[in-house]
Design a binder for this molecule. Structure first.
Ligand code: AMP
Ligand code: MG
Length: 278
């Protein structure tokens, strides 16, 4: 199965989340084969990220969006956790503070975009400004409805300056979300993650779905595509995302810079003893 084709949102198409099965997996894979493949892909991503860092010309921005318990933290840990922290960064976007609210919604996002050579993961992103903001009427409709185009323009600008963009929506079912909340209740080490709003937000499930459908449909572009990843099965979610990221890095055909010194000369000059077997 080609995950990129299977889960990528074609630019201009209309996403209907109800028609996409959050439980979907790949019939050729199971939990065990997937975990072996993810381990291999992690190794490859690690190598390619190191090359991207060495090349120091381009960068990769990965946006993760999902409803609560959708698995964003899990993706950060299992998929991206293998990369070298030097050259890789994760930014989580929470409720904007007063300084951030005093600026345009992209102001805080702009500052966290990757520098050349970096891989940056947005755990939530500027898409919250057309999702939670829309669901809870945090700004008037005439304001948020202009943001899709503003987001597209912003991403286009980043692309022009050498940033490559991948955006993943982790698609879970309402039942799976409740199951995961329950797991948290049963695991003391994760109590800190639980909030009352996790449950109250479930009342807005359909509003969130509509807001996501609009964001995914209006903002999936050829250069900054959205992927809707079936995420009820964590093993499949990890496999699909790892493969798409690894393939993307592979497709960049990264050029590690040529040495700036004469390696043979240096070897001769400083390692003559080694050569002579002394
Ligand atoms: P968590 O990711 O669970 O730590 O929660 C972060 C919270 O911040 C979520 O409830 C988000 O919806 C909220 N949030 C993130 N960005 C924004 C934003 N731009 N406006 C309002 N709320 C936001
Ligand atoms: Mg939360």
């Amino acid at each position: 199965m080609n995950y990129e084709r299977e889960f990528g949102v074609s630019p201009g198409s209309r996403v209907r989340l109800r028609k996409l099965d959050p439980q979907q997996t790949d019939k050729d894979e199971d939990k065990h084969s997937a975990s072996r493949k993810v381990a291999k892909l992690q190794q490859r991503m690690d190598e390619l990220q190191f090359q991207l860092y060495a090349e120091n010309k381009r960068s990769l921005l990965i946006c993760l969006q999902a409803l609560d318990a959708g698995g964003k933290d899990g993706v950060v840990r299992h998929v991206i956790g293998s990369m070298n922290p030097q050259g890789c960064r994760v930014t989580s976007f929470k409720q904007p503070n007063s300084e951030e609210l005093a600026h345009d919604f992209l102001w805080r996002v702009e500052q966290k975009t990757p520098r050349r050579g970096e891989v940056v993961i947005f755990n939530r992103s500027h898409y919250e400004d057309v999702i939670v903001v829309r669901v809870h009427d945090l700004v008037p409709k005439p304001v948020w409805s202009q943001r899709y185009e503003q987001i597209n323009a912003f991403e286009r600008r980043l692309i022009t300056s050498g940033t490559h963009i991948l955006k993943f929506f982790l698609h879970i079912s309402k039942e799976e979300q409740l199951e995961r909340f329950k797991d948290r209740l049963d695991d003391k080490s994760r109590w800190w993650k639980i909030s009352e709003s996790d449950y109250s937000e479930r009342e807005y499930w359909n509003d969130y779905a509509s807001a996501y459908e609009d964001a995914l449909s209006k903002c999936s572009t050829a250069d900054a595509p959205w992927y809707v990843i079936p995420s009820d099965h964590k093993w499949f979610r990890n496999l699909a995302i790892s493969r798409i990221i690894a393939d993307k890095l592979e497709a960049l055909r990264i050029q590690v810079p040529k040495p700036t010194v004469n390696i043979a000369d240096i070897r001769k000059k400083y390692h003559a003893a080694e050569r002579d077997g002394k």
